[in-house]
Design a binder for this molecule. Structure first.
Ligand code: SAH
Length: 375
């Protein structure tokens, strides 16, 4: 198979890295004007967001990062909130083209954690100082509303000071309601892309962009703190799609926005696609902070995977959350959404210690708090 041909077939081409480091005076002036207006009014047009992306250079990146850090400090100081991530299942009924645990990947090792094991991980997390527990997984029908409600109740009963976040994909409104009634506080469901045409290129035809949007709306109406987000550098993404994601975020105002670089997984149709970049992800983190100052913005594991100091750079550019892994070490490698995922060998305590040190090294402080949004 001719991979090169396959790769160059894409129209339009992915967002290019910065090619011309010397911007003309008029471009510089326009960039400064846009950054100033974004910092003041937290809003630009889709065309203006695309311009910010297309004309970025080291100077605009540094200017955005400075403003984003200032804005974040004015609300959250130098605090970094943590979420203990428990990856409860690698079994998924969906077939997202980018994801290593898509159902048609016959090489993926599948596992699911029993409620007792999940509860034990939550206990360990609480002892380590986590006050948010995230249950994430593939869309695995094993986890019925009844089972999850019982699990959520047990966690909330044992640790009333701890927020429970779910990230279990699309479910029906009734299901979301039942889990909320059982005590779940937050739900993470990345919108993946705000453009329906782009969405259709990343997902099988059974999945619908509109349904994902409806889920986000339902979650909000029910009363969850809602997290959305998207991959940076996903196949077929251009500055136009990213500008849409930014405008959508500006309008929906999610409590949390998770973004990380797309990283190819060897057993997916996107195995030979280029990964998203550290540089663009960090740039977008700064823009997101300025669009919606109180937003909870994680420096994601994917960001730490494409660069050894990716998470530190994300925090310095405006992110304020990290999500260390609390899954049993034995299953961590099996929750393989993309190649090269970091932190699959360490114990949970080691992960927390390591991150604490990393954050202190750049002047930020990991805190033991729920870390709710301050609006
Ligand atoms: N099944 C849940 C949880 C998905 S995993 C759901 O549908 O919401 C969490 C996120 O990982 C996804 O939303 C996706 O944006 C990201 N992800 C999946 N595959 C990835 C890849 N190859 N590179 C980077 N991020 C990926």
């Amino acid at each position: 198979m001719n991979e090169t041909l396959e790769r160059t077939n894409h129209t339009p081409s992915p967002v290019q890295p910065i090619t011309d480091p010397v911007q003309s005076a008029s471009v510089k002036a326009r960039m400064q004007e846009l950054i100033g207006r974004l910092a003041d009014q937290h809003s630009l047009t889709e065309e203006e967001y695309a311009y910010l992306i297309d004309h970025r250079d080291a100077e605009s990146a540094s200017s955005l990062a400075k403003q984003a850090d200032r804005v974040r400090r004015s609300i959250y100081g130098n605090k970094v909130f943590t979420r203990g991530l428990i990856e409860i299942s690698s079994i998924c009924r969906n077939d997202c083209l980018y994801c290593g645990i898509r159902c048609s990947n016959k090489n993926a090792e599948r596992y699911r954690l029993d409620p007792e094991v999940i509860l034990a991980c939550a206990k360990e997390g609480h002892e380590l100082g986590f006050r948010t527990i995230v249950l994430q997984g593939g869309e695995d029908p094993f986890y019925t509303d009844e089972m999850l409600s019982g699990l959520i109740r047990s966690i909330k009963e044992a640790f009333p000071d701890t927020a429970v976040t779910l990230s279990l994909g699309e479910r029906g409104r009734e299901s979301f309601q039942r889990l909320f009634d059982a005590g779940a506080d937050r739900y993470l469901l990345r919108h993946e892309t705000a453009d329906p045409v782009h969405y259709a290129k990343l997902h099988p035809k059974e999945m619908s962009w509109q349904h994902r949007m409806d889920c986000l709306q339902d979650l909000r109406e029910i009363g969850y703190q809602v997290g959305a987000g998207f991959m940076v550098g996903s196949p077929y993404q251009t500055s136009r799609e990213l500008a849409r994601d930014l405008k959508w975020t500006e309008t929906f105002r999610p409590d949390m926005v998770g973004i990380g670089p797309f990283i190819p997984h060897h057993d997916t149709p996107f195995a030979h696609e280029p990964a998203g970049t550290l540089e663009l992800t960090v740039y977008l983190l700064s823009i997101l902070r300025l669009i919606w100052p109180p937003v909870l913005l994680p420096a994601t594991t994917a960001l730490g995977t494409i660069h050894p100091r990716g998470r530190e750079m994300g925090i310095q550019a405006g992110a304020n959350v990290i999500m260390p892994n609390l899954s049993p070490v034995g299953v961590r490698k099996k929750y393989e959404l993309y190649d090269g995922k970091i932190c699959t060998g360490e114990e949970s305590a080691q992960c927390r210690g390591c991150l604490q040190q990393r954050m202190e090294s750049i002047g930020y402080e990991i805190v033991t708090e729920r870390g709710d949004i301050i609006k």
